[in-house]
Design a protein around this ligand. Structure first.
Ligand SMILES: NC(=O)c1ccc[n+]([C@@H]2O[C@H](COP(=O)([O-])OP(=O)(O)OC[C@H]3O[C@@H](n4cnc5c(N)ncnc54)[C@H](OP(=O)(O)O)[C@@H]3O)[C@@H](O)[C@H]2O)c1
Length: 436
C-alpha cells in the first residue's frame, strides 16, 4: 500500500481555501490518477479563527509558516501566502533546505528569487513546481517545459493580466475612457484598490520573466524587461485599431532576435483575425511560436481561486507520481543572463495617431520627416471628425499612420522632427504592432 502524499498548505486565502476544497472533492480521482492519495495534513494562515468555508478539523494548525515548512509530518510544502519577501521566501527556502518539495503560485517570489530557489531545489533533489504562477488554470508552464521540450522556440507572447484585458475590452466595446473602465474593474473586484502594479504592466512582466526562462533558458530577471502600461490608451486608439483591422492588447512578448532575447511588455496592436485578438475580458492567453509548426495558443481563466487551485493541484499530482523536472526546464546553472533589450533597436510596424495642424504643407512635412528616416507607410487615415475623447484642438485634425517594419529609433526621431516643425499639436500616440 503506497502511503498518501502529505501536504502542508501555507495561506488559506482565495487560492489556499479553494485548493483545500478541491483536494477534498477530488480524492478518488487523485488516487486513480496519481496512484496514491493526497492529504492536506497541516495548514497555516494569519488568523486562526477566520471562517473560510472549508473543513480544517483534521488538519494540524501551525501559527508560523516556517515551522510548517520544516514540519516532519509533511512531504510537500504549498506556499500560497504571496509576496517576494518573507515569510513566503523564508518558508520556501526552509522547506527546500529540509528536503521537501515545494509548490507555489507566487510569481513575485519566482521573478525575484526563482533562479536561487531552483538551484536549492536541484541541490536537494526535490521539486519546485509553479504552474499556477502564470496564466492561472492554463497549463503553460508544463507546455513549455515538457510538452514542447523538443522544439526550438522563436517567440512567446500573451495576455497575462486579466485586469488590463478587461479594461481594454470595455474601452473597445463601450467606447468608454480608461479611468471609467478601471473604476468598473475595481467595483467588480478585478482590480486592486492600488491598481498600478497591474495597469503599469509589472504583473505581466513578472509572468513574462518566468515564461521567457522556460522557453529560452534565460535567467528569470524582471529587470531585463522593457515595461509600459495601458493608462495612455484612449478610446480613439481602439476605434482606429478596429477600423484598420486590429485590436489593442497588453502583451508580454519574449522573442529571439539576432541581438539576443528581447523581452517587453506594452500595449500592442494585434490583427483582429489572430487567435490572441479573440481573447476578451479577464481571460488570459499565450501564443507560442516554435520552429516548423504553426503557432499554438492556449486560452483560459488566468485567475480566481478555483482556476489557480487547479494548477496548484496538478503540480502536487506530479510530486505524488514521483515526477520531477528542473524547475525552469534545464539545470539552473545552465540558464543564461539576459540584458534589457534597448527598445530603440526594436523592429516592427507602428501605429501613430497625431493631431495635425489643418494648414497647407502639413502632410508634405510629415511625409518628408518619415522619408528621412526611411519609414514607409502602409496606410494613412485622416479623420475629419475627431473621436470624442481625443484632445482635439481647433484647427487640428487627427491623422492615423500605420508604418511598415521600421525601428523604434527611426519613429522617435521622425516624430521629434515633426514636433520641431510645429505641424502637430500635443504628443503623438505610438503603439507597436506585433506580427501575428
Ligand atoms: N487569487 C488569484 O486569482 C491568484 C492567481 C494566480 C496566482 N495567485 C497567487 O497565489 C498566491 C496567494 O494568493 P491569494 O489570492 O490566495 O491571496 P490571499 O487571498 O490574500 O491569501 C493569502 C493567505 O496568506 C495568509 N498569510 C498572509 N500573511 C501571512 C503570514 N505572515 N503568515 C501566515 N499566513 C499568512 C493569509 O492569512 P489570513 O487569511 O489569515 O489573512 C491568507 O490566508 C499569491 O502568490 C498570488 O500571487 C493568486
Amino acid at each position: 500500500m503506497v502511503q498518501p502524499l502529505k501536504v502542508g498548505v501555507a495561506g488559506l486565502g482565495t487560492v489556499g481555501a479553494a485548493l483545500v476544497a478541491q483536494i477534498a472533492r477530488q480524492q478518488e480521482a487523485l488516487v486513480a490518477r496519481c496512484g496514491r492519495a493526497i492529504e492536506v495534513v497541516a495548514v497555516t494562515a494569519r488568523v486562526r479563527g477566520k471562517e473560510r468555508g472549508i473543513d480544517l478539523k483534521k488538519m494540524k494548525w501551525f501559527a508560523d509558516p516556517l515551522a510548517l515548512a520544516r514540519a516532519p509530518e509533511i512531504d510537500v510544502f504549498v506556499e500560497l501566502i504571496g509576496g517576494a519577501g518573507d515569510p513566503a521566501k523564508a518558508a520556501v527556502e526552509a522547506a527546500l533546505a529540509s528536503g521537501k518539495s515545494v509548490v507555489t503560485a507566487n510569481k513575485a517570489l519566482l521573478a525575484k528569487h526563482g533562479v536561487a530557489l531552483a538551484a536549492l531545489a536541484e541541490k536537494q533533489h526535490v521539486a519546485l513546481n509553479f504552474e499556477a504562477a502564470v496564466g492561472g488554470a492554463i497549463p503553460i508552464v508544463k507546455t513549455l517545459r515538457e510538452g514542447l521540450a523538443g522544439n526550438s522556440f522563436q517567440r512567446i507572447y500573451g495576455i497575462l493580466n486579466g485586469t488590463c484585458n478587461y479594461i481594454l475590452t470595455r474601452m473597445e466595446q463601450e467606447g468608454l475612457p480608461f479611468a471609467e473602465c478601471l473604476k468598473q474593474a475595481q467595483q467588480l473586484g478585478y482590480a486592486e484598490a492600488d491598481p498600478s502594479f497591474d495597469i503599469e504592466g509589472h504583473d505581466t512582466a513578472q509572468k513574462l520573466a518566468i515564461l521567457a526562462s522556460l522557453a529560452f533558458g534565460t535567467k528569470v530577471d524582471q529587470n531585463a524587461i522593457y515595461v509600459e502600461g495601458i493608462s495612455s490608451i484612449q478610446p480613439a486608439d481602439l476605434a482606429a485599431a478596429d477600423e484598420l483591422g486590429y485590436r489593442v492588447k497588453l502583451l508580454g512578448v519574449a522573442v529571439k532576435t539576432d541581438k539576443g532575447i528581447e523581452q517587453r511588455v506594452h500595449p500592442t496592436m494585434v490583427r483582429k483575425d489572430s487567435a490572441i485578438a479573440q481573447v476578451m475580458g479577464v481571460t488570459n492567453a499565450v501564443t507560442v511560436d516554435v520552429e516548423g509548426i504553426n503557432p499554438l495558443t492556449l486560452i483560459g481563466p488566468g485567475a480566481g481561486g478555483a482556476a489557480t487551485a487547479s494548477a496548484v493541484l496538478s503540480d502536487i499530482g506530479d510530486i505524488a507520481r514521483g515526477v520531477r523536472t528542473a524547475p525552469f526546464g534545464r539545470p539552473s546553472g545552465r540558464l543564461t543572463s539576459v540584458r534589457k533589450a534597448p527598445m530603440q533597436r526594436h523592429e516592427g510596424g507602428y501605429y501613430i495617431r497625431l493631431l495635425a495642424r489643418d494648414k497647407p504643407g502639413t502632410a508634405a512635412t510629415i511625409a518628408k520627416r518619415l522619408a528621412q528616416q526611411d519609414i514607409s507607410l502602409e496606410s494613412i487615415v485622416q479623420r475629419h471628425q475627431a473621436h470624442a475623447d481625443t484632445d482635439t484642438k481647433p484647427g487640428s485634425v487627427p491623422v492615423i499612420l500605420i508604418t511598415y517594419a521600421t525601428t523604434e529609433d527611426a519613429v522617435r526621431k521622425a516624430l521629434a522632427a515633426v514636433g520641431r516643425d510645429r505641424v502637430i499639436s500635443g504628443t503623438p500616440q505610438v503603439i507597436r504592432i506585433e506580427k501575428n
